[in-house]
Design a protein around this ligand. Structure first.
Ligand code: SF4
Length: 380
């Protein structure tokens, strides 16, 4: 029986593609938004359920491209089809170039109670290099407006490891971030795929190479600075003021079940992983026949894969894996089953252990992939 606690809704529209973007999002398709909203509501009704939902997340793309009444119609359609907990965390991602005080007040009234603002940098040259549609000033205004609209659970995203970004430039962004005092910060290293414009600009030497060493120093700087300002580092890329951890992402990291709605949305329910079509037209078309969208992924997760994923996701959390919880869930003594890998990783200084369990060391947080692959099923 399923035990879904989290729902993700994908909004695949952006005003303009950023130069590093690897998400499923369409530009110049804003005229499809009304049909898309109808299709999403239809998927709500086709997948409706009774389990108590603790978290909802509108991600993208750019959810804040939807008008406030459209957001409101989605939150009320959700309530008609799902059993949302009274204190359900409802997050919406927002781009600083698309929001103002009036808009934020309206989406707050529509039930959004956590805002995640994609700021990425407080440096205009870096924002322009990334192809963002906003400036640092827009970002500061967005944060001010969010507070004025009474959002008391506010995340900002920043990216480090940018081409040519000095440690001092990164420090400037971090200092500005702590000055505006968000409740939560997600800090991601820039990762690029060959088809992305920024990758090509680096390849053709228009921009300098990304320096892994500089990115490591920038990450360590963030760890020190955010700790000094009262943020708890609770996941490799995430910091929160006490009690402000992102409940939705915790469901993913703790191996919980979730339902994904919309174009390219992934679900994980009763050991099955599935993903809706990433084709916007196909998604809207299937809804017009009152059918569920075609699935691009539909696979059963084997027990071995489930265990490996649970270790990899669990190690992303700074508290790591509790051996008793692991035993309860899988009936496996992790220290025995993975003794060889754990001993090797302790010797390399990449993980630490004590009587409660295992976790990444500070060095391991910088070299997570060096740790994770050792727990994959074919490495046993
Ligand atoms: S706003 Fe986000 S989803 Fe949209 S193009 Fe930029 S990085 Fe991609």
């Amino acid at each position: 029986m399923s035990d879904i606690k989290a729902i993700y809704i994908h909004v695949p529209f952006c005003r303009r593609r950023c130069k590093y973007c690897s998400f499923i999002s369409y530009q110049s398709r804003e005229s499809d938004i009304p049909a898309y909203i109808d299709a999403v509501k239809n998927e709500f009704s086709l997948r409706s359920g009774n389990s108590i939902i603790n978290t909802v997340y509108f991600g993208g793309g750019t959810p804040s491209l939807l008008a406030a009444p459209q957001i409101s119609s989605l939150t009320s359609a959700m309530k008609d089809n799902f059993n949302l907990a009274n204190d359900c965390e409802i997050t919406m991602e927002a781009n600083p170039g698309t929001i103002d005080l009036n808009y934020l007040s309206e989406v707050k009234a529509a039930g959004i109670n956590r805002l995640s603002i994609g700021i990425q940098s407080f440096n205009d040259e870096e924002l322009s290099m990334l192809g963002r549609i906003h400036t640092a000033k827009d970002a500061l205004n967005a944060i001010k407006d969010a507070r004025e609209a009474a959002f008391d659970n506010l995340n900002i995203d920043l990216i480090y490891g940018l081409p040519g970004q000095s440690v001092d430039n990164w420090k400037d962004s971090l200092v500005k971030a702590v000055e505006v005092n968000p409740d939560h910060m997600s800090l991601y290293p820039l990762t690029l795929e060959p088809e992305e414009p920024l990758f090509k600009e680096i390849e053709s030497r228009v921009l300098p190479e990304i320096s892994a060493d500089t990115a490591a120093i920038q990450y360590e700087l963030a760890e020190q600075l955010l700790e000094k300002h009262g943020y708890i580092h609770y996941e490799i890329s995430n910091w929160a003021k006490p009690g402000k951890e992102c409940l939705h992402n915790l469901v993913y990291w703790q191996g919980g079940e979730y339902l994904g709605i919309g174009v390219a949305a992934h679900s994980y329910i009763v050991n099955r992983r599935s993903a809706n079509t990433a084709d916007l037209s196909q998604y809207i078309e299937s809804s017009s026949h009152n059918s569920l969208p075609p699935q691009e992924v539909d696979e059963t997760i084997t027990p071995e894969t489930e265990i490996a994923e649970s270790i990899i996701l669990g190690l992303r959390l700074c508290n790591g894996i509790d051996t008793k919880d692991f035993k309860k869930r899988f009936n496996i003594d992790i220290m025995k089953r993975y003794g060889r890998q754990i001993e090797e990783l302790i010797n390399f200084g990449l993980i630490e252990n004590d009587e409660n369990g295992i976790r990444l060391s500070p060095r391991g947080r910088l070299l997570g992939n060096e740790v994770f692959w050792r727990f994959l099923p074919d490495k046993l």
